[in-house]
Write a protein that binds this ligand. Structure first.
Ligand code: ARG
Length: 571
């Protein structure tokens, strides 16, 4: 079904076009009426007409079916109030629509680069953000009908692998594998680093190992593969614990692009873009300068260390455009890498590897901070392990549940606690503007009150409990939405606006546009509960209110699922 928003926007567009073809209306939900139409000022300007006169002209062409009232306000805004009959139609259509008004779009492909931890290194909270935001975007895109190809661009190549492999040899394969499989990746990395810094022979062995690795020596490749496999298996455990849709097949690390790197250099040279500078091969993309105004290089190949991060990302763009047929390329990576991506995109465009029709975006995000507002670290200054955060959150949720004297078995309680813990951690991340830093505060995140994941889960579970408690049957098909109470109408207005929230999250790549919508919906629900009894209401009110409850529960459940959050039946 077409969303209410799209129906009204389509009508406005026709009215605009009838006056003059060339400008687009803008429509937003508003408390002055139900929707506010903007864009008339621009139209008025283009025609040299006073805005309020233009508003009248647009109005003369506007299909007003289902619109109870139009107010011309300010410099040419139209405030539209819908008729109860129109709302009733829309709500009944939603009851019969599993997608709750959200369209599925024609096949397009999005390649979403996210998570991307590094082999033999712990996943840190930055990777948590990438994983959670990337997975929410992947779910939203899939729901909108996209073919989504996830790519976890893990760091599995480069000079540190010389020392990591030598450390593995020293430990013995079995011991090394045991250490890695319990997730002591940082311990392994640190021990290698210490030897590398203090032991000249180890350093020399490591250097030779890098040469052997790059030269394709089979035994070296085998040892390297052990490091990769053990790390990837550990990451998969973290993804399963987080309930993230990434699979091992989506892990396509830097090394995958090795064979394509020579072509990157050859083709950049052929395009006349490659410059030698201090022994390194660079591209100076237009528009990038350092503080002194000198052109900034994107280093493709270093003097002695070979190809770098930028070369790999350039090869990845070609692979994703040419072989995966991407219409959109998204990179969910921390803000400090902004310049890297801007330069890589600029070079790829200059080399004509990235057609203008392909949308390419760095979905940047800020830091996770500790209670002291500094970078989030353990007390001893180490990287906080994701899995430990999740364990702690699960324990707290289980303790909170135990106090609520539930008739749950301990197994059920543990499962529910896991669902709540994931919701707490994911929602805290997704409900913040991703570009801002946020403070990791488990107490606040896991609370059942406030703008939290568990609060939304609880709102959903409370609705489900109404249906469990109801002993008289009800027929959704018999519902008529009269919306006599303000609280009913306010809830209904939010329900018809779900597609806009999904659209906004997708268009801006900001999942908090969706989480903010869900929080607002849950608050309207609370107001509705206080004002309107449901099960004890007389018919036909009872059926109408049950239908509002049903729609709200389904909207919460679907909305949360697009954020990667489960909605338990009972809490
Ligand atoms: N492994 C990198 C890191 O930990 C992130 C990779 C991001 N993706 C990319 N295509 N460069 O910082």
């Amino acid at each position: 079904m077409t969303s209410t928003y799209d129906v009204l926007l389509g009508r406005l567009q026709s009215a605009f076009d009838a006056v003059f073809e060339g400008t687009d209306p803008v429509l937003r939900p508003s408390d002055r009426g139900d929707y506010q139409a903007n864009g008339i000022m621009a139209l008025a300007k283009s025609q040299g007409v006073a805005p309020r006169d233009m508003a009248q002209r647009v109005l003369a062409h506007l299909d007003l079916a289902g619109i109870a009232e139009v107010e011309v306000a300010g410099p040419g805004f139209l405030n539209l109030t819908l008729t109860p009959g129109f709302l009733d139609d829309r709500l009944r259509a939603l009851l019969g629509d599993e997608r709750l008004g959200v369209d599925s779009m024609p096949e397009r492909t999005a390649v979403i680069d996210y998570s991307a931890p590094n082999v033999a290194k712990e996943m840190h909270v930055g990777h948590l953000r990438s994983t959670v935001i990337g997975d929410a975007l992947a779910r939203i895109y899939r729901f909108r009908g996209y073919r989504v190809v996830a790519r976890s661009h893990v760091g599995d190549w480069g000079t540190p692998f010389g020392m990591l492999i030598e450390h593995l040899v020293d430990l013995g394969e079995a011991t090394a594998m045991a250490a890695l499989s319990i997730g002591d990746l940082d311990g392994f990395y640190r021990a290698a680093r210490v030897k590398f810094e203090s032991d000249e022979t180890f350093r020399e062995r490591s250097r030779q190992r890098v040469v052997a690795l790059q030269g394709g020596d089979p035994e070296t490749r085998r040892l390297w593969q052990i490091l990769v496999d053990e790390s990837v298996a550990y990451f998969a455990e973290v993804y399963a614990a987080l309930d993230v849709t990434l699979t091992t097949a989506d892990v396509v690390g830097e090394s995958y692009y090795n064979d394509m790197l020579d072509d990157v250099v050859t083709d950049l040279a052929a395009a006349g873009l490659l410059v030698e500078s201090g022994g390194a091969l660079c591209v100076f993309p237009e528009g990038f300068t350092n503080r002194d105004g000198e052109p900034l290089p994107l280093i493709v190949k270093k003097r002695d260390e070979g190809f770098g991060y930028a070369a790999t990302d350039l090869a990845a763009i070609r692979d994703r455009v040419d072989h995966l047929h991407a219409d959109e390329l998204l990179y969910v990576v921390g803000a400090p890498q902004s310049q890297h991506f801007e330069m890589v995109f600029a070079v790829a465009r200059a080399a004509r590897w990235l057609p203008a029709s392909v949308r390419c975006e760095h979905v940047a995000f800020g830091n996770v901070l500790g209670p002291d507002r500094k970078m989030f670290k353990t007390r001893s200054g180490e990287t906080v392990k994701l899995i430990d955060l999740l364990d702690e959150a699960t324990q707290r949720a289980a303790a909170a549940l135990a106090q609520r004297s539930h008739d749950l078995s301990s197994e059920e309680r543990h499962h529910l606690a896991t669902q709540i813990a994931r919701a707490a951690i994911k929602y805290a991340d997704l409900s913040n503007d991703r570009q801002r830093d946020y403070v990791f505060d488990l107490d606040r995140m896991i609370a059942f009150e406030g703008d939290t994941g568990p609060y939304l889960q609880y709102a959903h579970a409370r609705l489900r409990s109404i249906f469990r408690r109801s002993n008289a049957p009800w027929d959704p098909g018999a519902a008529t939405f009269v919306l006599g109470a303000d609280a009913e109408r306010d809830l209904a207005r939010a329900l018809i606006a779900f597609p806009e929230a999904v659209d906004a999250a997708m268009a801006t790549l900001h999942p908090h546009r969706l989480s903010g919508y869900l929080f607002d919906l849950a608050q309207r629900l609370t107001t509705f509960y206080e004002a309107c009894p449901v099960l004890s209401a007389a018919e036909p009110s009872r059926t109408e209110r049950l239908a509002l409850c049903e729609l709200t529960a389904r909207t919460l459940r679907l909305g949360l699922s697009l954020l990667g959050i489960e909605a338990p039946e009972q809490m």
